[in-house]
Design a protein around this ligand. Structure first.
Ligand code: ZN
Length: 208
């Protein structure tokens, strides 16, 4: 049966999953906000990143740094976001995933071949391939979910949008689970149906 990834949290634990999309459309170089990574490292906060395959190839060094860090998990976010997998043909979905996973494998192989690579240090986060997949816009249908599962990836969603890409967004608004109108508008439409007052234990916080 096709499925999404799910977590079973210990009763009474107040845990929130921090996730970051690293999106990059065709013809764009999206850049990288190193301050976010610095802050996560300083606080020892774990996080999961969902780069598109194009982002991985355009930011090879950064991608390897994320992969090598035991704090971080690196999943997959399609080849070039954001194509709506619910609207693509099955052939297009498979072709997109194949390109994405090829980029994922290439970057991981490059990391593993480096003389400075220390698998004992990074093995908790750095596997041979991505295991989690975030649909662009969080949208899918039965066929695209099945295609994702066929590659060995488990899809994972979110229930809180931080809105961090908006320059005027306050830390308080992000804490409440607010939303920026521009970059997260598509995600928001999906997330607001599920949100019941912002972040709560077990939430998956999404930023882009
Ligand atoms: Zn995205």
């Amino acid at each position: 049966m096709d499925r999404f990834a799910a977590l079973n949290l210990p009763h009474g634990e107040k845990l929130v999953a921090l996730t970051f999309d690293l999106c990059e459309n065709a013809g764009e170089i999206s850049g990288y906000d190193g301050e976010i990574i610095d802050t996560l490292r300083r606080l020892g906060a774990k996080a999961t990143f969902f780069p598109s395959g194009k982002w991985l190839l355009d930011h090879k060094e950064r991608a390897q740094q994320l992969l090598a860090d035991p704090l971080f998990q690196v999943g997959s976010h399609s080849w070039t976001s954001h194509r709506n997998f619910r609207l693509l043909s099955q052939e297009d979905v498979k072709a997109d995933l194949a390109l994405d996973l090829k980029a994922d494998a290439k970057v991981r192989e490059t990391l593993h071949a480096r003389a400075c690579y220390r698998p004992a240090f990074s093995q908790q986060s750095d596997l041979d391939h991505a295991t989690l997949f975030r649909f662009p816009f969080g949208t899918c249908n039965a066929d695209s979910l099945s295609a994702v599962n066929d590659t060995g990836l488990l899809a994972i969603q979110w229930d809180v949008v931080s809105g961090d890409p908006a320059p005027a967004q306050s830390a308080e608004a992000i804490r409440r689970g607010g939303c920026c109108e521009r970059q997260a508008r598509f995600h928001y439409r999906y997330a607001r149906k599920r949100k019941e007052g912002g972040t709560r234990p077990g939430s998956f916080a999404f930023t882009c």
